[in-house]
Design a protein around this ligand. Structure first.
Ligand code: ATP
Length: 340
């Protein structure tokens, strides 16, 4: 067996839970996915970020076997999605953006239907459903019709549904869209817990950069069908020069030469004098604070305040795509897309 084949060996000793190799999907002249390579390790929570129309949904549809790529290969849990779509589907769970649970059935019945569909053996069905409903905090509401659930409860039910057959990889599409902050937090905690309990890999498509930052081990920023940046949130931020901003409140006029001396400090990229105080853009701003204060003290300049703001993932996103995610908003034109 070649090392490549071993890397994709299903289940045992899996090197990657999700792997994309040179994936391309064309719709006529448009390359919605334009040469994507990804390798997601087992147990990772991997974020897919990108503006509307960037190609995220198409990429996830290829990875989950819903559409075939024009070229390239996709593997989930070591299974070639194109060659063995049924095998891949048994190992992956999908939580679509559109809420698709049956409103006229109870929460329990919704999970039971899926458990039967995925041929969970009869003896394991009830304990599995109970375990999941308890995990998502819906066991007490299991006998209630889903139409009486709140949006957050429905979303939690659908996460449980995506897990009913114990998938190795869970694909979540905008799981907190439209939820209030408290319900979002509940989903975040749930995703955090999932990772502790099961050896599950999670792919999360989101428009919320704070969500990506809080949850994801690594993030791929997708634009025009390509991965334009990939790394941990920290790594991505470190790619932007002058990523920290140090604002210093100072009293009195600045003596000659002080600005040049500040600019010469290690890590300093620029020094400006806004209407009040000083603004230093720097790499490694925390280390710069004591040095800058010391330099100013020696120049007899009194420092009254110091605050450090770090670059956010939003800044990184704008750097790589030239757009703000919020400008575009989380909403989509047209009806929500369904995976199922
Ligand atoms: N079935 C299709 N036929 C033709 N074009 C398509 C089809 N599906 C997607 N596209 C186009 O491919 C591009 C990528 O779309 P996709 O839905 O993958 O982007 P996205 O990043 O998921 O966007 P959003 O955040 O809005 O969901 C878009 O220009 C879209 O119009």
């Amino acid at each position: 067996m070649t090392s490549d084949a071993a890397a994709r060996q299903p289940e045992s000793g899996l090197a990657y839970a999700i792997e994309a190799r040179g994936l391309v999907k064309r719709f006529g002249a448009l390359a919605a996915v334009d040469g994507v390579d990804l390798a997601v390790r087992p147990g990772e929570l991997f974020g897919l970020l990108g503006p509307n129309g960037a190609g995220k949904t198409t990429l996830v549809r290829i990875l989950t076997g819903i559409v075939s790529p024009t070229s390239g290969d996709a593997f989930v849990a070591g299974i070639d999605v194109r060659r063995d779509p049924d095998g891949a589907r048994r190992r992956l769970g999908v939580v679509p953006q559109a809420l698709t649970s049956d409103l006229d059935l109870t929460g329990y019945e919704n999970l039971d239907i899926f458990a039967r569909f995925f041929e969970v053996p009869r003896a394991r069905r009830q304990p599995r459903i109970e375990e999941l409903l308890r995990r998502v905090g819906l066991w007490e509401r299991r006998k209630d019709l889903v139409k009486t659930y709140s949006g957050g409860m429905r979303r939690r039910l659908e996460i449980a549904r995506g897990l009913v057959h114990k998938p190795r990889v869970l694909f979540l599409d905008e799981p907190t869209i439209g939820l209030d902050p408290q319900s979002r937090r509940v989903i975040w905690d749930l995703l955090g817990d999932l990772r502790k309990g099961d050896e599950i890999t999670i792919s999360l498509t989101t428009h919320y950069l704070d969500e990506a930052e809080a949850l994801c081990d690594r993030v791929a920023i997708v634009d025009h069908g390509k991965v334009v940046a990939l790394g941990t949130p920290q790594e991505l931020k470190a790619l932007i020069p002058g990523s920290d901003t140090l604002d210093l409140g100072v009293v009195g006029p600045l003596p000659d030469g002080v600005l040049d001396a500040l600019r010469a400090l290690p890590g300093a990229r620029s020094v400006d004098v806004p209407p009040q105080g000083l603004r230093i853009r720097a790499d490694g701003g925390a280390a710069l604070i004591p040095r800058a204060i010391e330099l100013l003290r020696e120049a007899a300049v009194e420092v009254t305040s110091a605050s450090l703001s770090r670059i956010t993932l939003e800044d990184v996103f704008i750097h790589f795509t030239g757009r703000s995610l919020r400008e575009e908003g989380p909403g989509k034109a047209g009806p929500p897309r369904r995976f199922t």
